[in-house]
Design a protein around this ligand. Sequence first.
Ligand SMILES: *[C@@H]1O[C@H](CO)[C@@H](O)[C@H](O)[C@H]1NC(C)=O
Ligand SMILES: *[C@@H]1O[C@H](CO)[C@@H](O)[C@H](O)[C@H]1NC(C)=O
Ligand SMILES: *[C@@H]1O[C@H](CO)[C@@H](O)[C@H](O)[C@H]1NC(C)=O
Ligand SMILES: *[C@@H]1O[C@H](CO)[C@@H](O)[C@H](O)[C@H]1NC(C)=O
Ligand SMILES: *[C@@H]1O[C@H](CO)[C@@H](O)[C@H](O)[C@H]1NC(C)=O
Ligand SMILES: *[C@@H]1O[C@H](CO)[C@@H](O)[C@H](O)[C@H]1NC(C)=O
Ligand SMILES: *[C@@H]1O[C@H](CO)[C@@H](O)[C@H](O)[C@H]1NC(C)=O
Length: 760
Amino acid sequence: MASILRTWVVFSLFLGVFLAEIGICISAKVHIVYMGSATGEDPDGGLNRHHQMLAAVHGGSIEKAQVSHVYSYRHGFRGFAAKLSEDQASQIAKMPGVISVFPNAKRRLHTTHSWDFMGLAGDEATEIPGYSTSSQVDLIVGFIDTGIWPESPSFSDTDMPPVPARWKGKCQSGEGFNSSSCNRKVIGARYYMSGYEAEEDSTSAVSFRSPRDSSGHGSHTASIAAGRYVANMNYEGLAAGGARGGAPMARIAVYKTCWDSGCYDADLLAAFDDAIKDGVHILSVSLGPAAPQGDYFDDAISIGSFHAVNHGILVVSSVGNEGFKGSATNLAPWMITVAASSTDREFTSDIVMGDGTNFTGVSLSLTGMDASARIISASEAYAGYFTPYQSSYCLDNSLNGTKAIGKILVCRHAEGSTESKLAKAEIVKKAGGVGMILIDEADKDVAVPFKIPSAIVGTVTGDNILSYINHTSNPTSKILRAKTVLGSRPAPRVAAFSSKGPNSLTPEILKPDVTAPGLNILAAWSPAAVGNMQFNILSGTSMACPHITGIATLIKAVHPSWSPSAIKSAIMTTATILNKKHRPITVDPDRRRASAFDYGSGFVNPRRVLDPGLIYDLQPEDYKTYLCSIHYDEKSIRLITGDRSTCNETLPTVSDLNYPSITVANLKDNFSVKRTVTNVGKPSIYQAIVSAPRGINVTVVPNQLIFNSYGQKMNFAVHFQVAAPKNGYGFGFLCWKNGKTQVTSPLVVHVRSSDKGLMR
Ligand SMILES: *[C@@H]1O[C@H](CO)[C@@H](O)[C@H](O)[C@H]1NC(C)=O
Ligand SMILES: *[C@@H]1O[C@H](CO)[C@@H](O)[C@H](O)[C@H]1NC(C)=O
Ligand SMILES: *[C@@H]1O[C@H](CO)[C@@H](O)[C@H](O)[C@H]1NC(C)=O
Ligand SMILES: *[C@@H]1O[C@H](CO)[C@@H](O)[C@H](O)[C@H]1NC(C)=O
Ligand SMILES: *[C@@H]1O[C@H](CO)[C@@H](O)[C@H](O)[C@H]1NC(C)=O
Ligand SMILES: *[C@@H]1O[C@H](CO)[C@@H](O)[C@H](O)[C@H]1NC(C)=O
Ligand SMILES: *[C@@H]1O[C@H](CO)[C@@H](O)[C@H](O)[C@H]1NC(C)=O
């Protein structure tokens, strides 16, 4: 009897635990509990406190608390991630010391397409003539991404000195990765997947539970910023030649947070936390939230980068690939946010029509056609229940093989579509087609490595081809092999997919900050990824971001004492708004003239960044004042910063943050913005030159600045006065000029002067 009873008791205990587990699985989702800056006291004790907070919402059970706990963050900032129900999350949000509790959101890599490998190599950032950047061997660049393929020649450690003493990170072993995978080039590697596994079906394929890169994205971005010189880098013979990253002798630290379907906040925060402790100098983050971005302190990248910058680490991020106005992300002023542009190199395929007309498409197709073939619109080859309209998009199974066999098909790709262009060529091939012309309704110019002769054309060329088909009794065409073309069009142009301003969160801060090559970039790849290649061509603001990371590393090598914002200012104020033909930079696809919403301060100019003359500097306290000046109260600020900060200082206007660009959000009549510049050149006299936004009078006071010494600071004010009221955005620039040096800031003014005339 007693033994039966005991059995029952034991059984019920198991059942209890079992139900609790089920409960966690069904209703609880991973949440991040963000608790501000690390204070130094109690470095490991945080874990205890986190368990107690969790136990409090789990009816006092420490076991349940432990089961629900996912991560503790305690180096760069405080907080933890845990599986919580909505109810438990809101209970924790009310506990003392908690700043925000937010769900473990998924962030996306900023490549334009997860399937198609895209793009073409551009001006590789060269080491800068006239300066020694040899101390880049002391610099450690962290990459929060999909990991690395350490055997790639881009990551060889030949001739590299021992690992810098500053380095406190580690080389974490895992599947296909052990301590000998790291070397003097890839000095550390870690991986984070608890946040991913808590959200995704555990049966979903995870390749390499280790820092090893199965996607290619992480190897690509790391090699753009800091890859070694590789003499014979090419993509199947296209874009052949030597190539290397911006700072080839800098060290790489890998933080793998992104898995097959994306990157989760809980993992991202753990990576930032470790990177701050490990001793990286610069962090490169080619990923971000979907637009519109939420509040700064509900977003792991904003939080992680805030603390990184407060520890003197520059954070470089990508603006996103959503392309439309206001889609910019990574909006915090403490990051440098990068847009993507073309270079002067393109991959094209010629299309020769039966009547002798030639068209040019964009392609990475390695096979060309020997003879012409009949060309039809894919809508003519509709199959089964598909309508001609549906078939014109070459959807899976929508093509009738009897009609398609031996022909070139003209397919469409809708603007904003997530369908794979690569897959459409496969569908055409499966239906017996011998070639494809793809009309990209978004005209993105992104080259794709099609497996059959194919080319992408814009809507204008597409209509010409369809019209030829309509008006010819036996239309034929021939698609030639892709080739590399240099200098055929003005460059750089802002890429169609590159996300645009204005800043949807804080309109007084211009985003993006700057633009860099991000269209058709050749760099290292993971042989484990699609294509089994060592190098690949990709496009995205993901590829633009590490160009700036590499350049920032060279600046840090030459000016080791410069703050993250000084480096950022140097990159921004020396950027150019003219293309290589000295005409204003334009935006694809419609070639309109670009504005600061497309490129921020302009296209990066690596030859000028080391000698910017003046800088707009910012310290961590300034970001605190900035937060006080938007909607955060003193209590939240103290929690975020972890000190006894007060909001005794606020900016008269958010536009007064000493940013290297100047934005006025709602100009009614007149408005003044203040700035402080620091001299980082020889004693000299600067004169203000203004190009005013249309309909606005701009005055700079004083309009001359005389510097006697290095490090000297001077203040000035910019007055804006509406002269010809016209609602909307206007663009201009302010340039401080001293003969050889120009320190340029974009001026962005939003006029709202005629409110009084509007019906309310
Ligand atoms: C580490 O991996 C390499 C190859 O990936 C292998 O040759 C070596 O034996 C491994 N070392 C250890 C200690 O497992
Ligand atoms: C079209 O291209 C073909 C092959 O490149 C060339 O032989 C032909 O002359 C071109 N025709 C025209 C009209 O440019
Ligand atoms: C494909 O086209 C042929 C010839 O027009 C027709 O006989 C056949 O029924 C079509 N098949 C489908 C699945 O639409
Ligand atoms: C081609 O003809 C079809 C119908 O015959 C028509 O719907 C389409 O608009 C035409 N396209 C062009 C580009 O002329
Ligand atoms: C604001 O408070 C800080 C201390 O938190 C102090 O150093 C600073 O001088 C104060 N500023 C003003 C304007 O009172
Ligand atoms: C600026 O605008 C304010 C009202 O908004 C007005 O009182 C003031 O006179 C204006 N200043 C100048 C210089 O026009
Ligand atoms: C703007 O500047 C022009 C030229 O200096 C001047 O004539 C005009 O009065 C100014 N307008 C305002 C509203 O200040």
